[in-house]
Design a protein around this ligand. Sequence first.
Ligand code: SF4
Ligand code: SF4
Length: 397
Amino acid sequence: MLYNNFKDKKISALAFGTMRLPVDASGAIDEKRTFEMVDYAISSGVNYFDTAYPYHGGMSEVVVGKALARYPREKFYLATKYPGHQISDSYDPADIFEKQMEKCGVDYFDFYLLHNVYENSVNVYTDPKWKIIDYFLEQKREGRIRHLGFSTHGALEVIKRFLEHCNNVYSDGIMEFCQIQLNYLDWTLQSAKSKYDFLTESKIPVFVMEPIRGGRLAKLDEITEAEMRRLRPDESTAAWALRWLQGLSGVVTVLSGMSSLEQMTDNVKTFETYKPLLKCENKIVKEAVERMNDSVPCTSCRYCTAGCPQNLDIPMLLSVYNEMKFSPSVNASMRIEALDANKRPSSCIKCGKCVKVCPQKIHIPTALSELDEALVKMPKWADVSRERAEAAKKIKL
Ligand code: SF4
Ligand code: SF4
């Protein structure tokens, strides 16, 4: 297993993300198979395990905690997250944190994250009324959190705003690491490159989530797969996605949300040796991205925004449009719900002023109208949050 340094720790380059654990016919976590995966991970040198309060209806923390309790505490690093991204009338970090300790059966977390700092939750996390960051800094002083960081699906501007707040109100470096969605497709599709560049320039260690994009990059088009097999007959398609990440310095660990022992065996094999993509291999990946990506080519130049009578943040809306087109998810739609009603795509009056100045010739009103239609089909994040809070209440330990 490859390892990377993080402060005084050596962290395995592959981490076990536990949001997609194996499940039985009823949808409950299959504990036997999960335990097997945890055992295999530990015996292979994986030492970082990432869970979160809402994963698997709140049961991921419980099952992962049980699986890890069979090992000495110093054998693994456990990470979990505070769900301030869920919409709620009030936020009580102490209540959630104590429950998480109990659910996981530990008396400290090695890594603790503010879950998904995005366009809406950034206001929750920075609101002095909830004292969220203050509380977790206090837990860190007491040794119940060893390292504090955050994950994000938000735009780069949100990450900057959040870190600026942390620096101004507290001090530089209180957010010790940042977890972002990073893979060769999102490098451009979700502007992950700009986030990665900013974080590495700011000397904030990057933890990677969705390296295979929920399995999307484990199966590609026939032309690409044939090329990959020709060059690397013994390698899976998923291995290419992981090896692409090996080429990025500043990445501490890659969290793969593995669902089977087979996936884990394959990923562990990839992280036994450092083998970043060669130039010719990068070319194959780039061509694959071009084939699978029919997104609008917005470069965020913002030439269009000054003349928009509705004052819409067009590049931001188009970035969500691209994401929704490729793989609709609440992570994308929640960013639109965070906007005031008059800043959402439905507010476009189709005046066409933006189209005239767009150097990429994007037909923006059409894209916004399609985005609006796609959003109607998505569940509301407030409803999802409510369901998750209800599920958490029902957990019996
Ligand atoms: S078409 Fe829509 S997005 Fe474009 S300038 Fe007019 S109102 Fe703004
Ligand atoms: S002008 Fe075109 S490319 Fe530039 S930000 Fe607007 S939509 Fe994107």
